[in-house]
Design a protein around this ligand. Structure first.
Ligand code: NAD
Ligand code: ZN
Ligand code: ZN
Length: 393
């Protein structure tokens, strides 16, 4: 683990903090405000910056000191309680900065699955107050375009669009500056780790299954049993799928899915997979979701469908080549691509998790404090664990 910028300090005087509080620029809860003033008053009157994680793109983690955030209009500061790692962090940032456009990592504090507690609110905030528990929809859009109006800020094309942990600071630091509109109330019944899992992975799986109109009439195939696949299996069952089967190349991941009771069968990905899926489902499934991004798994997700079946691809990257007539047209297949979720559907999911009495945090196999983020990323990169979480006291 490499540390950088260790000695850099951001000079702020006690007077500055007091002025912020006095002028109402910093509408913090009394506790947060007092703590900030105390920290600024410490030592020589300068305040140590907080330390967060950045990902240089060579399979390492670095720590960088950044100033504690101050909320502007319609913004809040959230004290992080959980910040989970997504497969996209590994695929497009940690190993190598692969992304372009909306997936381009801009060297900011990483972590796009944040959940925590509001500690300060800026001017003109409407809903939130210090002490509120929130899970954060991880993209802030312009708020004005067609996609933003629908709540799909993920699809905003305006230059103002920025995703936490990609183009603006994310959740791998003690404090996160967030737009109020992206903060959804986290029900008391759910843990902060539950909330973090929903911010990308579970939200993505839910949206993908919703696109399928999944119900109790369906058998479901999940290809790829990483954290997103585990989420799809757990939610698929809750949405009524009577049989849920999963596939993965990794024996550890298959064991995990079976051990958690999320799938009726976990089938190895090899040349016998199609036959095994057809056997386990008495001739095929009505619905499938690819959570691997691997071409053979994408083809299987379509090949294992019955006539009129529906499939969603959420696994990212790569390409796939299909026999269109045999696999799609003559089987009357509907194939969806699905990217993250909307604000509305994320709020709906948080509500349904409570009603269904299920916890996304069951898929978390390993928890690390922020100081051990290097270990957390190394483990997530191995692709054999469950969801990996960074947690804060
Ligand atoms: N569409 C979206 O909005 C969205 C959001 C979040 C993540 N993602 C993507 O979803 C995918 C899954 O995310 P994750 O966090 O679970 O990642 P992950 O990399 O941990 O999981 C992928 C799993 O697929 C398995 N796999 C590889 N080849 C396979 C094959 N041929 N058959 C079956 N399984 C195979 C891997 O062993 C692994 O367990 C990633 O591509 C990620 O980038 C998409
Ligand atoms: Zn927009
Ligand atoms: Zn993600």
């Amino acid at each position: 683990m490499v540390r950088c910028g260790g000695e850099r300090r951001h000079r702020r005087t006690v007077e500055t903090a007091r002025a912020r509080v006095a002028t109402g620029k910093w509408l913090a809860g009394p506790e947060a405000r007092d703590a900030a003033v105390r920290r600024m008053a410490a030592g020589d009157g300068t305040m140590p910056d907080m330390e967060g994680v950045v990902l240089p793109g060579n399979s390492t983690v670095e720590f960088r000191q950044v100033p504690d955030p101050v909320p502007g209009p319609r913004q809040v500061v959230v004290r992080m309680r959980a910040s989970t790692i997504c497969g996209s962090d590994i695929r497009a940032i940690y190993r190598e900065h692969l992304g372009v456009g909306a997936e381009a990592y801009q060297g900011v504090i990483a972590g796009h699955e944040p959940a925590g507690e509001v500690v300060a609110v800026g001017r003109d905030c409407i809903r939130l107050k210090p002490g509120d528990r929130v899970a954060i929809y991880h993209i802030a859009g312009c708020g004005q375009c067609d996609e933003c109006r629908k709540g799909y800020m993920i699809g905003c094309h305006a230059p103002q669009r920025a995703a936490y942990g990609w183009q603006r600071d994310g959740g791998h630091a003690p404090l996160l500056l967030a737009e109020e509109v992206t903060c959804l109330p986290l029900p008391d019944e759910l843990t902060f780790v539950d909330g973090a899992c929903v911010a990308c992975g579970f939200g993505t799986a839910y949206e993908g299954l919703r696109r399928l109109g999944l119900s109790g009439r369906d058998r479901l195939l999940v290809t790829g049993l990483g954290p997103v696949g585990l989420a799809a299996a757990m939610l698929g069952r809750a949405m009524g799928a009577t049989t849920v089967v999963g596939t993965d190349v990794s024996p550890e991941r298959r064991r995990l899915a079976t051990g958690l009771g999320l799938v009726d069968a976990a089938i190895p990905s090899d040349e016998h997979t199609l036959g095994a899926v057809l056997d386990a489902t008495h001739g095929g499934v009505e619905a499938s979701i690819d959570c691997s991004g691997a071409a053979p798994a994408r083809i299987l997700a379509i090949e294992a469908l019955r006539d009129w079946g529906r499939a969603t691809f959420v696994g990212e990257g790569g390409t796939v080549s299909l026999e269109v007539s045999r696999l799609l047209i003559h089987k009357q297949i509907t194939l969806h691509g699905s990217w993250v979720t909307s604000l509305d559907h994320m709020a709906e999911l948080l509500d349904r998790l409570v009603r269904w009495g299920i916890h996304p945090d069951a898929t978390v196999s390993d928890r690390f404090p922020l100081e051990q983020a290097g270990d957390a990323y190394r483990l997530a990169d191995q692709g054999s664990s469950g969801k990996v979480a960074i947690v804060f006291d």
